[in-house]
Write a protein that binds this ligand. Structure first.
Ligand code: WT7
Length: 633
């Protein structure tokens, strides 16, 4: 197993070593894994291209590290504990032996359908064990998975399938989500109808057993394909830098981009970070409530915990079903030791009242985690007091889809914790703050743009099919730096506090969204001429979506118009992108060069209009007063 830091002194020592001699530091971590062939060089990198290679020349299969290597020592230990949506349905456990067998069967099944190394396979599935099994089956045979969160629309699914020219979609028939039964296969059918020419097979897992429309030739059942397969499947030899997966995420411009992660570095970093951030001990039960449709689920439900030989919980349901005590009921039932969730969930549960926590025995909890957005002070204290009973350090983990793993975080019981502070960099991570000209902002008690000046093993390698875009988005802003898109403060003691995005990306309930993407969706409405979307502070969601819309005719029924716009956004992207506020305006504040002055729109949406800054360069200053007068907040 990788190093597990145990004291502040050791953290300081290892951090220094990781900066002074990164190659030696990472070689030591990498040596703890099973390699088919050892690497020739630890890292080669050039951020200008960008070209980053870790464990160069090394050969491995990540599933041998997540499964095979545990069989002897902990084959009968639970690998995945699956908790269903229905609290009265039985919990299902897969031991490492069982998971190994299921993954091999699925891998053989995929092979029988013609899937080979390098093929892209899309997953559009709820949180059922077959999602984890399927993802690992791809990794077993060298197929590249692209998991699309099952809340996205048919259009969004089709866009992602086509961008990666996927050969197959793997889905469920229906999804249990709270009291709802959601037709998942129907969305895939609709995506196919929109046109997905690269798809040869839709592999359907029977989850709830509801009726589905069937396309002979295209559709195949998971059970017909996989159930009879052999429980042994040799793991494909992968190069360290072969692609492991693609995961789409939103940026400030254009369509979502496919972030590419590769095998060797991703394995080493997710395992190392899991092992240290959660201080996992043999026998612990670890639960991350994320969905595998997001990076948190990839790195800290599936790969990191399994490579570390942990017991990882996978939850099908939602925090508020059958009531707002569900998380705590599951913590008690499964005796969860490490619990990792998002601030939006904490705020939503906090708002429901303490009576949903009281009565549950949470004494198994040792460490609490937070991820995805800044955690506000009130939520932090509630989490600390009501859930952790003041005994569980909170790790406020900062990272991104692009970073693959946690980069800035407290280490529990090792470094101190402070509300709202992600605190200190992990060993091997070298963050810097920059001013807008790219000058280093040095010292403490300062603020700047957050960048990283040295590569770490699980960093983004490219954006699928468009390397230029990767370069422009992350590596062109500042020379020789990875730019995160976030602003941050460094406090007097050197702790980092993430302030939030400095670009046109918003974070709604921990879901990352490009404002341009939402605008493009809104503009699909036949009566919308133009729109501008900004984020605004929202008590539960962190940020809400505020849309300013210009219509091509007088709007007589504003409510109906709003409903139609919401429906268009649901269709183009999915319910997670639907605007909370829609204000119909006669114009948008624009500079003489035609750029929308979003600063003003953000201020209006945050009801902070006392100082709008310089509006003299506006082409149409008169529109500002109209927007303020009709603001919805
Ligand atoms: C953006 C990345 C990393 C997994 C989930 C989100 C924000 C993330 C924190 C935190 C403040 C945070 C940043 C980042 N963010 N964690 N602990 N404190 N902000 O991944 O969807 O790629 O979003 O989420 O703004 O850039 P993502």
């Amino acid at each position: 197993m990788t190093l597990q830091i145990k004291s502040l002194e050791e953290y300081n020592k290892e951090y220094t070593k990781s900066v002074e001699n990164p190659e030696a530091f990472w070689a030591e971590q990498a040596e703890t894994f099973t390699w088919k062939k050892k690497w020739d060089k630890v890292v080669n990198w050039d951020f200008r291209e960008p070209n980053v290679n870790w464990f160069v020349g090394g050969k491995l299969n990540i599933t041998e590290n997540c499964l095979d290597r545990h069989l002897e020592e902990r084959g009968d230990q639970a690998a995945i504990v699956w908790e269903p949506n229905d609290p009265n349905a039985p919990t299902k456990t897969y031991t490492y032996k069982e998971l190994h067998a299921e993954v091999c069967k699925a891998a053989n099944g995929l092979k029988s359908l013609g899937v080979v190394k390098g093929d892209r396979i899309c997953f559009y599935m709820p949180m059922v064990p077959e999602l984890a099994i399927g993802v690992l089956a791809c990794a077993r045979i060298g197929a590249i998975h692209s998991v699309v969160f099952a809340g996205f629309s048919a259009q969004a699914l089709a866009d992602r399938v086509n961008d990666a020219t996927c050969k197959m979609v793997i889905c469920s028939d229906y999804n249990n989500r709270g009291a709802k039964n959601i037709p998942v296969k129907k969305v895939v059918d609709d995506a196919m109808a929109l046109g997905c020419p690269s798809i040869e097979t839709v592999l359907v897992h029977k989850n709830t057993g509801g009726s589905v429309k069937w396309s002979e030739g295209l559709d195949k059942w998971w059970h017909d394909t996989i159930d009879h397969q052999s429980t042994e499947c040799e793991a494909e030899e992968m190069d360290s830098e072969d692609m492991l997966f693609i995961l789409y995420t939103s940026g400030s411009t254009g369509k979502p981009k496919g972030v590419v992660h590769t095998c060797g570095g991703y394995m080493v970093y997710t395992t190392f970070s899991f092992n240290n951030v959660f201080q996992y001990q043999a026998g612990d039960v670890y639960w991350c409530t994320a969905d595998i449709g997001w990076i948190t689920g990839h790195s800290y439900i599936v790969y990191g915990p399994l490579a570390a030989g942990a017991t990882t919980v996978m939850f099908e349901g939602v925090p508020t079903y059958p009531d707002a005590g569900r998380f705590w009921q599951v913590c008690e039932k499964l005796k969860v030791n490490q619990f990792y969730t998002a601030p939006t969930a904490i705020r939503a549960l906090m708002a429901k009242g303490d009576q949903f926590v009281e009565g549950y025995d949470l004494s198994s909890l040792k460490i609490l985690g937070s991820v995805g957005e800044p955690i506000n002070e009130e939520a932090w204290h509630w989490y600390d007091k009501k859930i952790g009973k003041g005994n569980c350090p909170i790790v406020d983990t900062w990272w991104q889809t692009e970073t693959g793993g946690i980069l800035i975080t407290p280490l529990p019981n090792i470094t101190d914790t402070k509300p709202c502070h992600a605190s200190y960099p992990m060993p091997g991570v070298q963050p810097v703050l920059l001013d807008s000209d790219g000058n280093l902002v040095e010292g403490n008690d300062v603020e700047g743009l957050l960048a990283v000046k040295y590569p770490w093993p699980s960093m983004i390698r490219t954006t699928y099919g468009d390397h230029e875009r990767c370069k422009n988005t992350y590596f062109s802003m500042f020379e020789n730096m990875y730019f995160t898109g976030d602003g941050a403060r460094r406090d007097k003691e050197g702790r980092y506090r993430i302030i939030g995005r400095v670009d046109d990306v918003i974070n709604v309930s921990g879901h990352r969204m490009g404002t341009a993407e939402v605008e493009n969706a809104i503009n699909e409405h036949k009566n919308v001429v133009e729109s501008a979307v900004v984020g605004y502070p929202h008590d539960i969601k962190g940020q809400g979506i505020y849309a300013y819309v210009i219509a091509n005719q007088e709007v007589t029924d504003v409510d109906a118009f709003r409903k139609e716009i919401v429906a268009v956004v649901r269709k183009e992207i999915g319910p997670i992108a639907k605007p909370d506020m829609i204000q119909v305006v006669s114009g948008l504040p624009k500079t003489r060069s035609g750029k929308i002055m979003r600063r003003i729109l953000r201020k209006v949406a945050s009801s902070d209009v006392s100082n709008l800054g310089d509006t003299s360069t506006l082409l149409n200053p008169e529109v500002v007063q109209e927007i303020i007068d009709n603001a919805l907040v």
